[in-house]
Design a protein around this ligand. Structure first.
Ligand code: NCD
Length: 319
C-alpha cells in the first residue's frame, strides 16, 4: 500500500492542489477570501518572484491556461508553456521523466491538465518536496481551481452559501467541472445541490453524494438561485454516446423561456467553451442574468490565490 497522498503541509497549507476532496471549509474560505481581494484589486505582487511555473497542457485549453499564466506572471514568476509536452510520452519519454527533466531545470510549480486519471497525483508524489503540482483538469474527475472560481462567483453574486439552491445541468457524468463545483459547494455549506441530466449523462449513484437528481430540466431548474450549465463533452465519448443536438437543446438547453423556471434573481453560469444554441442560447449567455464573464475574471484571481499559498508553503519549508 502506498502512503496516503498529502496535499497539505503540517501548517494546513497547500503543498499541491490536485483535488478539492478532503480540503476543509476553512481552507476553501481562506482561498476564496484571498482570491476576492485579488478580484477587487488585481494588484501586481511579488509572491512568486524567484519561482518558475510550467504549464503542461495535454488537452486543449484557452481560458484555464491563459489565466494560470497571467496569475503567475502578475505575481512575478517566470512562466514556461509546454503545450503538448506530455505528448512526448508518444516519443517514449514517460511522464515522470518529463517532470524530472523540468525539475532539473529548476521548475518549482507544474500546472498540469491531462485526459488520463491520476497523472497529477503520481507526478506530485514523485516530485514531492521538490516541486508543487496544480491540477488544471484531470480527465472527467476534477478541476479544482474551476470549482473554486465557481464558488467565488456564486458568493459574490449571492452573498452566502447557506440558503442556496444550485442546479448543475447537462453532461454531468463526464464533467470534471461539475464534480469540483459539487465538492466545493457541498464543503462550503450549500444545502440544495441538484444534478440535472438526461439518463445517459446522469452520474452513477456513488458520485455527487447528497445531490438531488432530476431528469427534467424544467423541474431541476425550478426555483434555483444558480443555474450552472455544462458543455457536452463530445471528446469523452462513452456514457453519453452520440447526442442529437436538436432534441438536447429542446429538453436541456437553457433558453430564455426555460430560465424563467429558476428564481427571478437567478444567475447563469457556464465554464466555457460554450456551444451556443445547444446547451445555452446566446440570449441567455449574453443576457442580464449571465455571470459567465465574471467567472472568467475570477479564474485569474483564484489561480493567483492558489499559487500564492503554494509559494508560501514552499518558503516555510525552505526555512
Ligand atoms: C472546462 C474543462 O476543460 O474542463 N473548461 C474550462 O476549464 N473552462 C469545461 C469544458 O471543457 O467543458
Amino acid at each position: 500500500m502506498s502512503e496516503p497522498f498529502a496535499q497539505l503541509d503540517a501548517g494546513g497549507r497547500l503543498r499541491h492542489l490536485v483535488t478539492l476532496d478532503g480540503l476543509g471549509r476553512e481552507l476553501l474560505e481562506a482561498l476564496l477570501a484571498r482570491a476576492e481581494a485579488f478580484a477587487a484589486a488585481p494588484a501586481r505582487g511579488d509572491a512568486l518572484s524567484g519561482l518558475t511555473v510550467a504549464n503542461l497542457f495535454g488537452e486543449p485549453s484557452t481560458r484555464t491556461r491563459a489565466s494560470f499564466e497571467l496569475a503567475a506572471l502578475r505575481q512575478g514568476a517566470i512562466v514556461l508553456n509546454l503545450d503538448g509536452a506530455l505528448s512526448s510520452r508518444a516519443k517514449g519519454e514517460t511522464l515522470l521523466d518529463t517532470a524530472h527533466t523540468l525539475r532539473a531545470m529548476g521548475v518549482d510549480v507544474l500546472v498540469i491538465r491531462d485526459s488520463e486519471p491520476g497523472v497529477q497525483e503520481s507526478i506530485a508524489r514523485a516530485l514531492d518536496g521538490e516541486a508543487a503540482v496544480v491540477s488544471a483538469g484531470e480527465a472527467h474527475l476534477s478541476h479544482p481551481t474551476q470549482g473554486l472560481l465557481d464558488a467565488l462567483t456564486i458568493r459574490q453574486c449571492k452573498g452566502a452559501f447557506d440558503r442556496l439552491s444550485v442546479a448543475i445541468v447537462g453532461d454531468v457524468a463526464r464533467s470534471r467541472v461539475a464534480r469540483s463545483a459539487h465538492r466545493a459547494l457541498a464543503t462550503l455549506g450549500v444545502p440544495d445541490i441538484r444534478v440535472v441530466a438526461p439518463p445517459a449523462m446522469m452520474p452513477g449513484d456513488a458520485d455527487f453524494a447528497g445531490a438531488r437528481r432530476f431528469q427534467s430540466a424544467d423541474q431541476g431548474i425550478a426555483g434555483a438561485d444558480v443555474v450552472m450549465m455544462l458543455r457536452i463533452q463530445h471528446e469523452r465519448a462513452g456514457s453519453g454516446g452520440s447526442v442529437d443536438l436538436a432534441s438536447y437543446r429542446r429538453d436541456f438547453g437553457l433558453t430564455a423561456a426555460r430560465l424563467r423556471h429558476a428564481a427571478p434573481a437567478a444567475v447563469v453560469m457556464h465554464p466555457g467553451p460554450m456551444n451556443r444554441g445547444v446547451e445555452i442560447d446566446s440570449e441567455v449567455a449574453d443576457g442580464p442574468q449571465s455571470v459567465i464573464r465574471r467567472q472568467v475574471a475570477n479564474g485569474v484571481a483564484v489561480r493567483m490565490a492558489v499559487l500564492a499559498q503554494l509559494a508560501e508553503a514552499r518558503r516555510m519549508r525552505a526555512r
